[in-house]
Design a protein around this ligand. Structure first.
Ligand code: UTP
Length: 474
């Protein structure tokens, strides 16, 4: 740990001396915390970031010839693509059976829009059994592990703010039936909030304002935490990446895994046909032969609205943050000083102490937060695959407290998907005059984790009455 004299010198050199303004008021443990936080910062690097992202506003409009990328359809009609789908599903299942696949969830976000106290993965998010999100995914991992007879490790990325609570939640719930040695927690990195004048902010007299470095921080975190080395030791080749807020996600999809493998992809992504040109999803684009994701807010308006001759959106594929990453790709990206993903700037309100030590909350953005996004690794991959999927089947995130992408909308979508699976299995589902499902239905992944698995198991003569709470569990 550096002594106070060298700390002062570094801070002076970089114009950040104010961070020690309250040093004399801090007790020994308080000084140790602040020293550690400051010592963790590479100030030469920080100066570059301030020059690049704070003093200037990075150009949002990407340059180059922007084209739509090739996308593998969700429901192919072409016999060749259909055959590839079948081969891929088989390959994916083989990879799972051979123990070459790990699940990876990013759960380090702050969930500010939802406003839920505690890690988002602890949110009760299913319509009948009220399972927390972590259980929803754990049951999928367990189901795949039982089906294939293979150990499937699950890596969970937390942040400094929620790591302790997340681990405690897993312990309290006995790892939801998973073997504790197959559950690996890793903590993502932090970034200091930077005032609009380039000065770092103090959240308290003895503590910097820090926040997680974005889901793109998972690459460096995998390396730093030893997760990558652990994967290598277990013979893991593919990392199945998903977010903590989407209970409809298929955590381990054989088709997606198999396509990635058969096509020699380094990083693959699932895409949805966008509902409308301005839907708040990243846009898959192709620039100079590389797939890149352009955030909805950065997508030039004319391109977002452009249509093809038959009237469809030209850039129709939206990113839903479901990926397969080859372990070797992550190793390559993190071989040097860390994964060199660019930062995205967000101007935010960050409570901080003023010169007198009073805690202030500005009514307009007072700081820049810098985050990395995992999709920025796509153009660094040698090969990529984009697989289209169906919204009803796989995407209903819980982002907001109410309205679109909220818990109520996700519960509705979960029931709708369960009903569709049951109907495909020949079961009659009660519906009201508007065609809405008139029962609360939940299917545990341990009962069936796909429509096909359900059809093989459920009795088509099963009776579901209107208003019933139906839970199909183990
Ligand atoms: P979001 O972009 O929705 O951010 O994260 P968020 O922090 O959860 O929510 P808001 O924006 O504050 O309301 C998408 C996924 O990426 C993870 C989240 O946990 C979620 O699974 N994430 C996000 C991280 O793991 N770390 C981060 O630094 C940011």
């Amino acid at each position: 740990m550096p002594d106070i004299a060298s700390l002062r010198k570094t801070l002076e050199k970089h114009g950040q001396s104010h961070l020690l303004r309250f040093w004399d008021e801090l007790d020994e443990p308080g000084r140790a915390v602040l020293t550690e936080q400051i010592a963790a910062i590479d100030f030469d690097q920080l100066d570059q970031w301030i020059a690049q992202y704070v003093r200037k506003r990075p150009l949002a409009r990407p340059s180059g010839d922007i084209q739509p990328p090739a996308v593998v359809p969700a429901k192919p009609t072409d016999p060749a693509v259909l055959a590839e789908h079948q081969a891929a599903s088989q390959r994916g299942e083989e990879l799972l059976r051979a123990g070459k696949v790990a699940a990876f969830v990013v759960a380090g976000g702050q969930g500010t829009r939802l406003g839920y106290e505690g890690p988002k993965g602890c949110l009760e998010a299913t319509p009948v059994a009220h399972k927390p999100l972590f259980r929803v995914f754990a049951e999928q991992v367990l189901a795949a592990s039982r089906r294939t007879g293979a150990a499937i490790p699950w890596y969970i990325m937390t942040s400094q703010a929620n790591d302790v609570a997340t681990r405690a939640f897993f312990r309290q719930n006995r790892y939801f039936g998973l073997k504790p040695e197959d559950v690996f927690f890793l903590v993502q990195g932090t970034m200091p909030a930077i005032g609009l004048d380039g000065k770092l902010l103090l959240a308290e007299k003895g503590s910097l304002a820090l926040s997680p470095d974005g889901h793109g921080g998972c690459l460096a975190a995998m390396k730093k935490s030893g997760a990558l080395a652990d994967m290598a030791a277990r013979g893991i080749e593919l990392i199945s990446y998903f977010q903590v807020d989407n209970p409809l996600v298929r955590c381990l999809d054989p088709l997606f895994l198999g396509l990635h493998s058969l096509r020699g992809s380094e990083m693959s992504a699932k895409a949805l046909p966008k509902r409308d040109p301005m839907e708040r999803l990243g846009n898959f684009c192709l620039i100079d032969g590389k797939v890149i994701v352009i955030e909805y807010s950065d997508m030039p308006d004319d391109l977002a609205r452009a249509t093809t001759a038959d009237g469809r959106l030209r850039f129709s594929s939206g990113s839903i943050a479901i990926h397969i990453l080859s372990r070797s790709f992550v190793e390559r990206l993190t071989a040097g000083r860390g994964a060199a993903l660019p930062f995205h700037r967000a101007d935010k309100v960050v409570p901080c102490v003023d010169e007198s030590g009073k805690l202030l909350r500005s009514d307009k953005p007072n700081a820049v937060k810098l985050e990395m996004f995992v999709f920025d690794a796509m153009p660094l991959a040698g090969r990529t695959v984009i697989l289209q999927t169906q919204r009803n089947e796989e995407f209903s995130p819980i982002k907001n407290a109410t309205g679109e992408d909220s818990l109520p909308s996700s519960l509705h979508d979960q029931i709708r998907r369960s009903a569709a699976w049951l109907e495909r299995a020949g079961v009659t589902v009660p519906r009201d005059a508007d065609g809405q499902v008139a029962a609360a239905i939940e299917i545990s992944p341990l009962f069936a984790d796909s429509a096909e698995a359900l059809a093989a198991k459920v009795d088509p003569k099963k009776v579901i009455t209107g208003g019933q709470n139906l839970y199909l569990g183990e």
